[in-house]
Design a protein around this ligand. Sequence first.
Ligand code: GCW
Length: 705
Amino acid sequence: MSARLALALGLLLWATGARAEDGYELWLRYPQVSDAARLAQYRAAVTSISVAGDSPTARAARDELTRGLRGLLGTDVPVVRDGTRGALVIAGTPSNSPAIAALGLRAGLSRAGAEGYVIRTIGGPKGPQTRSAIVIAGNSDIGVLYGTFAFLRLLQTRQPIDALDIVEWPRLRHRILDHWDNLDGTVERGYAGSSLWNWDALPGVKAPRYTDYARANASLGINGTVLNNVNAKAASLTPEYIRKTAALAEVFRPYGIRVYLSARFSAPIEIGGLKTADPLAPEVRAWWARKADEIYAAIPDFGGFLVKANSEGQPGPQDYKRTHADGANMLAEALAAHGGIVMWRAFVYADQGEDRAKQAYGEFTPLDGTFRPNVLLQIKNGPIDFQPREPFSPLFGAMPQTPLVLELQITKEYLGFATHLVYVAPLYEEVLAADTHVRGTGPTVREVLRGAAGVANTGTSRNWCGAVFACANWHAFGRLAWNPSLPSSALADEWLRMTFTNDPAFVEPVKAMMLTSRQTAVDYMTPLGLTHLMARGHHYGPGPWVNDAGRADQNSVYFHRADAAGIGFDRTATGSNAVAQYAGPWRETFGRLDRVPEDYLLWFHHVPWDHRMASGRTLWNELTSRYCRGVEAVRGMRATWSSLAGKIDPERYEETRAFLGTQEQEARWWRDASVLYFQTFSKQPIAPDACGPPERTLEYYRSIK
Ligand code: GCW
């Protein structure tokens, strides 16, 4: 484009008030339906709207419906009063809308429960009304708001709306984002700018962005947010910060989102002036009880505490020779009177010789059944730490008497930050669908959950997530927390249509690329069950040689155990016997070299370099070919993307194009560095492949800081 043309275009955009496609609107974009036939259908069906009630939540539903329909239909749809004949979208609850009460939706509404909704087409030529109408009904205003977003989603994805009969409800009670946001505005493992929370300006300034954050979350069904990092500062519990937190809670409340705080276990000492934080000490219990009263006085619907205790240097009950249950129960007691919960994290490991993958199970299974009812144990998907692929944590099958929350990482700490395009819905799906086999068949992980927590990837970057595609993971998390059975392909499809376009020539190839992107990252980073080989500390780029972390169980060499004989961590009975933490069928499957899925091979076994793989190749050749397969797949992603130029706006097209270029270089970097490093053990040549010989020397890759 010439400079003059660009200027002219810029002026035109400015003059028409059109905004750049910078990703800010996420999946809540409502551009006018371009297919004329669909547009005509939608316009005919939606000639006026009525949203009953005047609560802030009902107003949010009315505003969203008005805004969405104005955009999608390209015309202002009149808002009429409840009960007015002729309103063609009627939203409300049986208690605030006589029209809805009269409709006989009892069966659907009873299935919908407290937060669900019914969307139904009523009347029509054969019904009692001459014209049909669309009803969005809930038992609560929040159900109506969720239904409103769902209805708009139908239009955004161009579904027919002439014979709707939908009943939906959240399968999990707690659907929460965990922000690892520090009070100084930085974000641990954040790749999208600074924290969204401007603590300095709060409580006075309630930035409009907080409302947009709430809209985005409500559109997915997320109903809680933990505002601060699990590596918590006690200051978050001071009166000053409680006031700031209350201000955010006020903004989020109409959208059904409760606020939670990460609580630092030693807060009674640090801000309470006590000498101890021993959970059995009466003065400590009294301090937390008063603290809970103080918080609830300011935030009546405060959600509760998230706690990282005795993990990676955080204080906890074990500092006083008490158990995790002693600690969690003390906090739970303080919150119980107010209806709050404690989410106690199971992410614990100590540098004490025991296989890191085994430790959480060892610590928590003896405590099953000893937690107060309002304690939930929050367990990361795998036994180590948000790796590109891990087997599901055995704790999911081993805590039948404890309500469980699955913790997933949305931010891509170990998956190339915001730069690499890695769609993690398939990772989430893999763990949710995993069969624990503790009852022979079942339950699956999704069946044992009370909640899901996603470590957020949001920040002040204009596009929220650091990359437009990174927001697909936020979307996938929220939708899966609502319904953990939704397939990745449907989620990718929906997100693409809502975020970019309904054009199948764009949606289909990009969806295919998203759905394979996670396996691609596994291939070029940690194939065949390898794990935790990232550079030390920041975890970006390859570092299979890392051997100087503060503690052994954070070193790459601890995880891959490569030597002259082979590679992999023996977790069978001849090794750490971590397989024994799984139910019988998995013990057999994971434990036997002839049965273990290749995806988990080196997670569970130390395997000779010449071991024959399913492909007929030796392990060494299979390993190098997987690395190259990953690089090749990224090349494929780039080619796909290039072929789509012009199908979407230039701004978002260009961002992804540039990131994919970096991703290809870095996939190549991962492959070259890894095969050269592992070759120092295998002492075998790298079979010729599409990637060619490594570009630089191992010394070079090791010297990259
Ligand atoms: O994944 C690791 C991260 C830490 C994080 C920790 C945890 C918040 O490297 O940054 O700390 O897990 O989950 O507690």
